[in-house]
Design a protein around this ligand. Sequence first.
Ligand SMILES: Cc1cc2nc3c(=O)[nH]c(=O)nc-3n(C[C@H](O)[C@H](O)[C@H](O)COP(=O)(O)OP(=O)(O)OC[C@H]3O[C@@H](n4cnc5c(N)ncnc54)[C@H](O)[C@@H]3O)c2cc1C
Length: 402
Amino acid sequence: MPVSSHPTHVVIAGGGVAAVECALALRDLAGDRVRLTIIAPAPDFELRPMRTAEPFSRGHVRRHPLDDLAAQVGAELITDSVVRVDADGHSVLCAGDRTVAYDALVLAVGAQHRTAFRHALTFTGDRSTLSFNGLLADIDEGYAHTVSFVVPPGTTWPLPLYELALMTAHEAWSMGIEDIRMQLVTPEDAPLALFGPEGSAAVAKLLDTAKIAFRGTCYTRQDADGRAVVLPDDEPLDSQRVVALPTIEGLAIGGVPADERGFVDVDEHGRVTSLADVYAAGDATTSPIKQGGLACQQADAVAEVLAAAAGADVHPTPFRPVLRGRLMAGRGAAYLEHSLHGGAGDTPPREMRLWSVAHKIDGKYLSPWLAGFEDGDAKAPVIDHAGDLIIDVALPAAIPAT
Ligand SMILES: Cc1cc2nc3c(=O)[nH]c(=O)nc-3n(C[C@H](O)[C@H](O)[C@H](O)COP(=O)(O)OP(=O)(O)OC[C@H]3O[C@@H](n4cnc5c(N)ncnc54)[C@H](O)[C@@H]3O)c2cc1C
């Protein structure tokens, strides 16, 4: 993409975490060297990670109009979906038959969720709150005494399930229910193993305190009746209720090469392998951990490379993932903060009860943007998150698959 006297036209496909981060970063880094167009199928940005908090009245999913973002960054907003990329012709075709030309394209279209077990409550982050309320009512009324929380093989962001298990345990105690047995069933060999030994030990302690049994290195599959059974012997879970995460697959966008699971391969600057001037960030890529904070870091790497190509004084840094997690655990559990940067050592645990939901996903630009909505909103809670766990760990440049 040669530097020209005209602004570079960057089209961002998507209206989620990576798209918002990329738009904000580009405007900041490149100024008027870029012209921005955002193509997204829905009118709002949704902060879905708060979905796990909804059944427990600890927070709710936030929606913010993409119109506001577009006005802030001076972008054109097109409400549509990209269905095909013509990389040679530098244009995208949208579902509504419109063709949009670009100089550079950023695919930030996320991924799709698939139910792993028909006979389970699948928590997707979309509309799972009502079904989960039903489970809590069943526990309260004594219809459910045993609950399994299952991470199916292939799931790449297990943290929400830990939140649900821990908050369910807390809810059961607060209802005075003691005869409930819960287990967390997962292919991980230790609780939230992605966060390294010390983060994992802290999570193990939370599970222990909440009396949730941990069944690690445990692979499940769906049997002919749609139930989760444990491999290799198809052992039933022995549980009245099963809560599961979905598995995640890429969205097939025509003209974009993808792996067998539909994910797009990119280099460390987010360039799509084999397509000139096409970039991708977030859950859509082959990066094995599908997490909002990592999606933001990848989007920042893309924004830097595009800003530099547009002539801005920016030295692009490659995507070097640092995993930061805030685990909502329910009140009353121990509170810790761990910083595990690349083996540089921990900072001692420190007490921090209050944090804003704007930081549930940690984005250099996204978090302050979200916090900006809360500044003027008297109802925006800074929630008392006593018992939550904040974990921060540097990942190797090539992240091993889970
Ligand atoms: C229940 C739950 C809890 C989570 N908790 C956390 C957490 O605590 N912290 C954290 O960091 N992460 C968390 N995550 C993960 C995080 O939400 C995702 O990793 C993150 O949203 C990925 O960002 P993305 O931009 O790649 O995709 P998304 O945020 O999903 O955005 C994709 C966007 O692309 C749009 N789109 C789809 N198809 C097209 C198309 N064809 N053309 C144009 N646009 C399209 C979508 O409408 C959407 O706007 C959680 C996820 C879930 C489900």
